[in-house]
Design a protein around this ligand. Sequence first.
Ligand code: SF4
Length: 335
Amino acid sequence: MIPIQNTEPTHWTDELVHAVKTPSELLTLLGLDDRHLPSSQNAMSAFKMLIPRPFIARMEYGNAEDPLLRQVLADDIEMQPNAGYSQDPLDEGNHTPQKALVHKYERRVLVIAAGSCAVNCRYCFRRHFPYSDNQLAQQEWDSVIHYIEANPSINEVILSGGDPLMLKDSLLSKHIARLNTLPQLKRLRIHTRLPIVIPERINAELLQWVEDSKLDVIMVLHSNHGNEIDNIIAKKVLQLKQAGATVLNQGVLLKGINDTVEAQVALSERLFAAGILPYYMFTLDPIEGGAHFDISIDTAQRLMGQVAQKLPGYLMPRLAKEIPGEPAKTIFAPL
Ligand code: SF4
């Protein structure tokens, strides 16, 4: 048992302040010594480390191969150049009609609502995204609203980031109230990993704006391994559902972390037990720095074929990949 689990509920912003930012502190908390410390200085300069303590509390003490640890520990292997891996693998730079707005698909628009996350995942496809050029100032929400109004086919807004739940609830509530006034909109989707790494982010203020929303709210969580899901998260998901949200999960297939039948089955079972439906399992976007997590589409399809033999259909996430220029995500059938 890791002696850092906080039994008292804390405010989520305190968890951000106290998040672990260096490999040595992280390994000390897990009872691991320098032997397990990969060379990490260059990787940390390229993409800083950030891990909230409630997430660390779900790592296995003394296990250098822990699948949660491996997702967040900087490693200089990230600095090795690999052909075919780029800084903008989804070509988002060419689908940004205006600041912080990505309009790739016909009826939905994605807003980069926040420029940071509560955790820095080493495989992140936006690890090189120029967030500083895309910070959405308050008045720039006006131009987002005007863009949506000028494109009446848009019926869904996706708040992404970074992590949109990094914004204060007072601000989120204000933005969502404005979206609520647009009659063309039906749904508000929120892509977030924050409730997984800091469950206390699901607080009374957040539940209130979810409940007040006139749009259907879909909270798409991001979890990659069954060990990330515990009964604290299950309790928070129940509150979200009681406030009217639909709660789904999307994960990323990561070599050495969740690329086994056992890991995938356990993830789907744990998600369902916590009230979350598996939605997508993405193959890694070819991001510079993430190649060591990648597995081929063929391997992924064969893996998901074996997983499908063990799970009912409603627990099978769709194996998907975003291919730049395609009008929708490409779905790959399990083999
Ligand atoms: S939470 Fe999501 S956006 Fe943030 S670093 Fe992790 S994968 Fe990237």
